[in-house]
Ligand binder design. Structure first.
Ligand code: 1DF
Ligand code: MN
Length: 342
């Protein structure tokens, strides 16, 4: 390809001081959540994640981040409030901070409309207020979609209590990015040792479980146009999808799972897109594009948790046609997240 190809990175994390301060309180409160190692490390300077200086990178948007984007030719970062977002707070605090984070995000985008886009946070603790904030975030702030960090108080989107959120996303025609957080109470036990309660393994187990629960519950029959994005090369769900589909139809025959109009594979292809965040493996990319189609795979860095240079080098060297590379690098992000083509 002769000209420079537009690069839109789609899972790029930021925070604001007010959310960071509230997470420091979470770090100091008693609790046993699997998110605490990361929260204590990043927000309360305890050994571990804090050593990586992620907090500086999260709070900075217009300084080093923008310079690094320039250096590696990243045109746009689609920003999202970093995990666990507002989902560890009480409902009132969560609603308030989601609103504040969305306002700040809209401000920074208005200063750099050609460089940043953004996913709106909301508080699943209060689904009705969440739906209102979602409407405001699209209608008034013109943000590009939504971010949620998997479970909230150990509950998942197949629970009907969350339907106002899914209704809002579908009605607004905006995708919900289901980003990881550490696993829920019921999942965390054997994932605690050896650093496995992290992006090494547990994040994928958590979000993969969330995605399969949604498909197997039949909720996509109620919300056929709902779009869900999952990162980390689809959290491996499509690598398993043949077996998920086969065994789900068996579970349906045994009446252990609800009857669904479509198969699990059909839901995954219709209702999900995936991103490449944090997986720079050309074989995994090749499989993903062939299995799901080049229209359903989006490029991401996972800044500041992953470095920019190798994420760009990976996609530049990817074994894809120029047309497919343009889809993964920017066209799919433009379509799914309503980002104006250059
Ligand atoms: C980590 C990874 C942290 C991802 C993240 O947000 C995150 C990490 C707190 O490695 O500690 O977004 N990730 O998406 O892989
Ligand atoms: Mn991430």
């Amino acid at each position: 390809m002769a000209g420079k190809i537009r690069k839109i990175a789609t899972e790029e994390a930021f925070s604001i001081p007010e959310v960071a301060r509230e997470l420091q309180k979470v770090a100091r409160a008693p609790g046993d959540s699997a998110d605490l190692p990361l929260v204590k490390g990043i927000y309360d300077a305890q050994p571990g994640y804090g050593d990586m200086k992620f907090l500086d990178g999260l709070l900075d948007i217009e300084g080093k981040r923008l310079r690094e984007m320039d250096e590696y030719g990243v045109d746009i970062q689609l920003l999202s409030l970093t995990a666990p977002g507002v989902q560890m707070f009480d409902a009132d605090t969560a609603c308030e901070l989601a609103t504040l984070a969305n306002d700040r995000l809209a401000e920074v985008i208005s200063r750099h409309p050609a460089r940043f886009a953004g996913l709106a946070a909301f508080a699943p603790q209060s689904p009705k207020r969440a739906a209102k904030e979602m409407e405001r975030a699209i209608g008034k702030l013109h943000l590009n979609g939504f971010i949620v960090n998997s479970h909230t108080n150990n509950e998942y989107f197949d629970d009907p209590k969350f339907w106002p959120i899914l209704e809002a996303a579908e009605a607004l025609d905006r995708c919900i990015y289901i980003h990881p957080r550490a696993p829920s109470e019921g999942l965390k036990g054997p994932l605690r040792e050896y650093g496995m309660d992290s992006a090494m393994w547990a994040y994928g187990v958590e979000v993969g479980t969330h995605a399969v629960r949604m498909m197997a519950s039949g909720l996509f029959d109620r919300f056929p146009k709902l779009k869900i994005c999952i990162g980390h090369m689809g959290e491996a769900v499509h690598f398993w999808i043949w077996r998920i589909t086969f065994m789900n139809s068996r579970a349906q025959v045994m009446r252990r799972a609800p009857k669904t109009q479509l198969t699990m594979e059909e839901y995954f292809k219709r209702n999900f897109v995936i991103t490449t965040s944090g997986v720079e493996d050309p074989l995994a990319l090749d499989y993903s594009v062939r299995k799901l189609g080049a229209d359903n795979v989006l490029w991401a860095i996972d800044y500041p948790y992953q470095p920019t240079a190798p994420a760009v080098a990976f996609m530049d060297a990817a074994p894809l046609s120029d047309a497919d590379k343009a889809k993964v690098y920017h066209r799919n992000a433009e379509r799914i997240f309503h980002i104006k083509p250059a």
